[in-house]
Design a protein around this ligand. Sequence first.
Ligand code: CDP
Ligand code: CDP
Length: 224
Amino acid sequence: MQVAIDGPASAGKSTVAKIIAQKLNFTYIDTGAMYRASTWLAREHKLSYGDEKGILAAIEQENIELKSVAGQQKVFVGTKDISQEIRTPDISAHVSQVSALAGVREKMVKLQRQMAGKMNVVMDGRDIGTTVLPNAAVKIFLIASAHSRAERRMKDFKERGIKVDQSLAEIEHDIAERDYKDSHRKISPLKKAQDAIEIDTTAMTIEQVVNAILFEIKKSQKKL
Ligand code: CDP
Ligand code: CDP
């Protein structure tokens, strides 16, 4: 069974995807983390963020892996845990440029399909319902107002202990800019799949969103 959750930045995708995966004993796959890790690698190797060849070589050289450590989803490059480092504003500011590179997308989509072929998954990202898993049993498109998404992101930084120098307005501006880039790139832009169910989470609690998605999964399981 494949559950695809797409939507713009900070709509709540990873939070609800993790809870749903846990409840159903499915594997959660955070595809955004893979593009963030590619961006981190570009910076680490002092490459320009548009250097497709260089970034692909770095990815080949240094294995990007999603691992579950003590029940927590972690991102590794080789033996280094970069889970925290990939969430900084600097990585967020450059990830859309790296994720627009055709070769990088091709490589990541291949890895994502391999993972989804082996187990039941809840996968979140931007192009899961449209490109990565077009036959997913359940496709969800989460949205929320840009302002509430910025507030969520600010709260999230504080909870993760990440120091933020940006104001709420700057965070909202950055989120809107990234969404614009993600929606307007040539390959697999952020877009609701035709058969996806759209949920506006602006006024919803996490629990309400989780229940709405579980309801759709149960409906689809009955049809199988
Ligand atoms: O958590 P947040 O919504 O801020 O972003 P993310 O899911 O970690 O994704 C980071 C970036 O990776 C996005 O802004 C996209 O540029 C890219 N991405 C993508 O192109 N395709 C995906 N399936 C997932 C992420
Ligand atoms: O993965 P994505 O970027 O779409 O968003 P996220 O990282 O899961 O969610 C960003 C923040 O919004 C988290 O701190 C969640 O706890 C919060 N959130 C919320 O306040 N209400 C919701 N209905 C969903 C998420």
